[in-house]
Design a protein around this ligand. Structure first.
Ligand code: ADP
Ligand code: MG
Length: 565
């Protein structure tokens, strides 16, 4: 018995819908991109599942999308013969937002229309963008492999609730009908729809079909009836030669695979031939996704085998610290029905991961060395701390990653100084890279430990990211120069600078003169300190606390205390 139920949208969906309609009204046409993108994902999923169960094709393996316009009914229908959904999947996927970062997303909304539009775009409007042009949406779907009685009909006016019922659906896949709002009826024009498909979906590797226009004879009489046409190029973008591809095509493909709304910051498209053959088309986003810092953050590279989508990739394709990279890796060197277990043990996979990692780091290097533009600064602001994880995790590439790091120093408040810059500016006689860690840039800058460095004109790296404490336990050397905390242990600056010799003498004299005073202070402080020393560190403050070289620093002590350790 088919029972019709009415259900409420999850509160966040309702919020997202209102917000989206409010802030994306000048960008309505993206609804088509989103729906075609979903249809293409559904075809990918079916093709993958069918590699182990051919019956899922139900005798029809011509995967495609069909767009039908009904001018009288004022509807557009987008139909695919992909994987489809069963009832539970419809309820879970359409009507709820089940993704990490949702709370953060809503927390970041500002009420500023332009800013919010960006945020929403980045968060992804997906299926809900239908309501930009429609005041009623029906979705009819059946999952591949289920009997025709297990179709699902879903309908909503985007007003906070939806109706759902079980219906018969003969063909598998999903059909979405948009009942256009009065102000959106210009989308009933085939030419308009075709041009949007070109713009956004040429790279979709499945044909997108529409009815062509009938050709009329002189007296307005039909001589050639309308025929079905394929509107897009329908070839996997990454298989096409670079020379044939435009920036716009690359960018549109990025928006599809990266689920992003903005153009990417950079891209790399390479075909690699050697022991293993594979193609990389990888992008860097302009902005960090909301879930970048969540433990379950999604990785963004998709694995294809001979143009068949295999899986949304994981740490098997790129290391965790490069989780912000988006795109596709396609290879001929894996079996189509590859499981995660096989992937984990596959030498081909290992080689591709190494190769892809190397190329991503290469792309970053190139950006960092570019004379023009500030792409690398943009990248660093969004993803810098991820690279610091790389120094900790990726031993093989540690030096390369270290050279990509950018820091604030006593010479620059902005995180723009590379270790190579620092080394290039070292003073005569200096063989150590000095740094200080603190809880903020201001705290670092005002540390009394810096006094003597200022006096001697020695640059100090100011570290104030949470991860920096761990970074410095792994990054102990760069370009043959030791990194040393200026808040730890004995500091010998006596060989640095033009007046080094004189200063040494002066210090020795002072130490001698002060020896009795030091003894007294030691007695007075007793167990509270390990040692009392005459120091070169200070020029204005009378005294400061330091840790032993092998003790944890004050800052780490503070972080550990916060973490309840
Ligand atoms: P996203 O594509 O980013 O996951 P969407 O809002 O576009 O977000 O879609 C939500 C989910 O609904 C998809 O992940 C998919 O599981 C399901 N879905 C949407 N459209 C289709 C379709 N045409 N066929 C099968 N599943 C679909
Ligand atoms: Mg989508």
């Amino acid at each position: 018995t088919a029972t019709k139920e009415t259900r409420a949208f999850q509160t966040e969906v309702k919020q997202l819908l209102d917000l989206m309609i409010h802030s994306l009204y000048s960008n309505k046409e993206i609804f088509l991109r989103e729906l075609i993108s979903n249809a293409s994902d559904a075809a990918d999923k079916l093709r993958f599942e069918a590699t182990t169960d051919d019956a899922l094709f139900e005798g029809d393996s011509d995967l495609h999308v069909f767009i039908a316009i009904d001018k009288d009914a004022k509807t557009i229908t987008i139909r695919d013969n992909g994987i489809g959904m069963n009832k539970d999947e419809v309820i879970a996927n359409i009507g709820t937002i089940a993704r990490s970062g949702t709370k953060e997303f809503f927390g970041q909304l500002s009420g500023d229309q332009e800013k919010d539009a960006h945020l929403i775009g980045q968060f992804g409007v997906g299926f809900y963008s239908s309501f930009l042009v429609a005041d009623r949406v029906t979705l009819k779907t059946r999952r591949a492999g289920l009997e025709k009685e297990h179709g699902v009909l879903w309908e909503s006016k985007g007003d906070g609730e939806y109706a759902i019922e079980t219906v018969e659906k003969i063909e598998r896949g999903t059909e979405i009908t948009l009942h256009l709002r009065d102000e959106a009826t210009d989308y009933l024009d085939d030419w308009k729809i075709k041009s949007i498909v070109h713009k956004y979906a040429d790279h979709i590797p499945f044909p997108i079909r529409m009815m062509g226009t009938a050709v009329s004879g002189d007296e307005g009489e039909e001589v050639k009836p309308a025929q079905v046409e394929t509107v897009n190029q329908a070839s996997a973008l990454w298989t096409r030669p670079k020379s044939e591809l435009t920036d716009e095509e690359y960018n549109n493909f990025y928006k599809h695979v990266g689920h992003d709304f903005e153009d990417p910051l950079a891209r790399m498209h390479q075909r690699l031939e050697g022991k293993y053959e594979y193609t990389l088309l990888l992008y860097l986003p302009k902005r960090a996704p909301f879930d970048l810092w969540q433990v379950e953050a999604k990785h963004g590279v998709k694995l294809y085998v001979r143009r068949v989508f295999i899986m949304e990739a994981t740490e098997e394709l790129l290391p965790r610290y490069l989780r912000f990279v988006r795109g596709v890796i396609d290879t001929n060197d894996l079996p189509l029905n590859v499981s995660r277990e096989i992937l984990q043990k596959s030498p081909a996979m290992d080689a591709m991961k190494k190769g892809a990692t190397k190329r991503v780091l290469g792309m970053l290097e190139e950006m960092a060395n570019a004379e023009e533009g500030d792409n690398y600064a943009t990248f660093w602001n969004e993803f810098g701390p991820c690279l610091k994880e790389g120094v900790i995790e990726d031993h093989a590439n540690r030096d390369k990653i270290a050279s990509l790091l950018r820091f604030a120093t006593t010479e620059s408040d902005k995180q723009s100084v590379s270790l190579a810059d620092y080394v290039g500016r070292m003073r005569e006689g200096q063989d150590t890279i000095y740094y200080i860690t603190a809880e903020s840039l201001a705290a670092a800058k005002h540390s009394p430990h810096l006094e003597v460095f200022r006096k001697k004109g020695i640059e100090v790296v100011l570290l104030h990211d949470r991860i920096d404490e761990w970074l410095t336990t792994h990054l102990t050397e760069f370009d043959g120069k030791k990194l040393q905390s200026i808040a730890k242990g004995e500091l010998d600056l006596s060989n640095i600078g033009e007046n080094a010799e004189e200063e040494k003498k002066e210090h020795a004299e002072k130490a001698k003169a002060a020896a009795p005073a030091v003894e007294k202070i030691k007695e007075a402080l007793g167990e509270k300190v390990k040692d009392v020393r005459i120091s070169d560190r200070l020029t204005e403050s009378p005294a400061c606390l330091i840790s032993d070289s092998f003790d944890i620093s004050n800052n780490l002590e503070r972080i550990l205390k916060q973490a309840g350790q």
